[in-house]
Design a protein around this ligand. Structure first.
Ligand SMILES: C[S@@+](CC[C@H](N)C(=O)[O-])C[C@H]1O[C@@H](n2cnc3c(N)ncnc32)[C@H](O)[C@@H]1O
Length: 254
């Protein structure tokens, strides 16, 4: 019997190999944080979305539950290729402006192509830093961080900046890897020694820093509207599940 080759699967496998090379082997270079981001993502921009779909869990769910205020301004910090915006469906057109703010120019190029293909005239891929960016309008109705907070060294400054630019009553959505504190607040999930020790070290090689402080700080600054603490699979790594959370909060009105 002749062997059958599924070309699509073979190409997908080679695309995965390329991503794994960048994640596990290639050294990240650069003096500034922006240079390091571009060094890490430059070679994987074209294959980024397919691999991350299987690694970055909870993104669709978060986008589904976030409010979409009519004529609102949305700032997606560390928005990368802009793929998450597809979860907004046609509602994206009822927003006045969506900023995809990122430091990796190669990912922003993919985002720009996506905007052109989809005809998203109100979406603006913007080179900028989440710790200091302010939208032209001066304030935002919704701010999101999808697997970007763990890559921002000054993450507290990024959360403070999100708080600063959000209108009172505005929404923040964060989905990311994390580990719990050894003694988390009542109502929050507790991770054992293995998770608290292994995951921060595992991800640190890619300059991803799952923290036990991100979620408590978000809960302190914003009113919690929705919280999911769960675990997800890692491609090619059987048995292990990495912890992630989805946080949707509101900036207090007073
Ligand atoms: C893991 S990717 C997530 C991309 C996208 N949000 C997603 O869900 O697929 C993290 C992104 O955060 C960006 N990033 C890291 N630090 C940043 C900063 N200080 N300001 C803006 N973007 C930043 C990176 O360049 C990268 O695109």
């Amino acid at each position: 019997m002749k062997p059958t080759f599924d070309l699509t699967r073979i190409m997908a496998f080679f695309s995965d190999l390329k991503i794994l090379y960048h994640m596990l082997v290639k050294r990240v270079r650069g003096k500034t944080h922006a240079e390091r981001m571009e060094s890490f993502y430059g070679g994987q921009a074209a294959d980024y979305d397919a691999f991350r779909k299987r690694l970055l869990h909870g993104r669709e769910e978060m986008w589904r539950i976030l409010p979409r205020p009519e004529q609102g301004v949305w700032v997606d910090f560390g928005g990368g290729t802009g793929a998450n915006l597809e979860n907004l469906g046609d509602d994206i057109r009822s927003l006045s402006k969506v900023y995809i703010v990122d430091l990796a120019t190669s990912l922003l190029k993919v985002a720009q192509q996506r905007c052109e293909q989809k005809g998203w005239a109100n979406v603006v891929p913007t080179e900028g830093d989440a710790t200091s960016f302010t939208p032209e309008e001066g304030a935002a109705d919704v701010v999101t961080f999808s697997y970007s907070l763990t890559m921002i060294p000054d993450w507290f400054a990024a959360i403070d900046n999100a708080y600063r630019i959000l209108k009172p009553g505005g929404s923040i959505g964060v989905v990311d890897f994390y580990v719990s504190r050894k003694y988390p607040a009542e109502g929050n999930r507790r991770h054992g020694w293995f998770a608290r020790t292994v995951w921060p070290n595992w991800f640190a090689t890619d300059n991803v820093f799952p923290s036990h402080d991100h979620l408590p700080y978000l809960q302190r600054r914003f009113t919690t509207k929705h919280l999911v603490e769960s675990r997800g699979k890692i491609p090619y790594v059987p048995l292990l599940r990495t912890p992630y959370y989805i946080f949707v909060g509101e900036k207090p009105r007073s």
